[in-house]
Design a protein. Structure first.
Length: 116
């Protein structure tokens, strides 16, 4: 049994051809309304790929940031920042280990010198 369609071709085009303004020209969220107009069919389509609507939304948002259509930190800059932060954390841990080892061996050296 076929379900009645709750949208028309214009709604499909509105979703597939992404407008540069994420909220629409009137600020009312035209894309959101278009996706809601699709109703359950849109969700079924997304879940057919094995992901959630929220995951798809995050991917689209990230793609818009990377292409410069939306403000934010691009993926390559974010990845580089994470790598540098990881390296910085590892170097701090290595310095702490070396500081403790240095103090341990310095104390051992002092103990050895003063024994009669």
């Amino acid at each position: 049994m076929n379900r009645p369609r709750s949208h028309d071709k214009q709604d499909d085009e509105q979703i597939l051809t992404r407008s540069p303004d994420p909220c629409g020209s009137d600020g009312s969220g035209a894309r959101g309304r278009a996706c809601l107009a699709l109703g359950r069919g849109c969700v079924d389509f997304i879940e057919g790929f094995g992901c959630t609507p929220q995951a798809l939304h995050e991917w689209v948002k990230k793609a818009e940031i990377d292409s410069g259509k939306r403000s934010g930190v691009p993926s390559d800059v974010s990845d580089r920042l994470k790598a540098l932060e990881r390296e910085n954390r590892e170097l701090r841990q290595a310095n702490e280990i070396l500081r403790k080892a240095s103090a341990y061996f310095a104390q051992a050296e002092l103990d050895r010198r003063y024994k009669p």
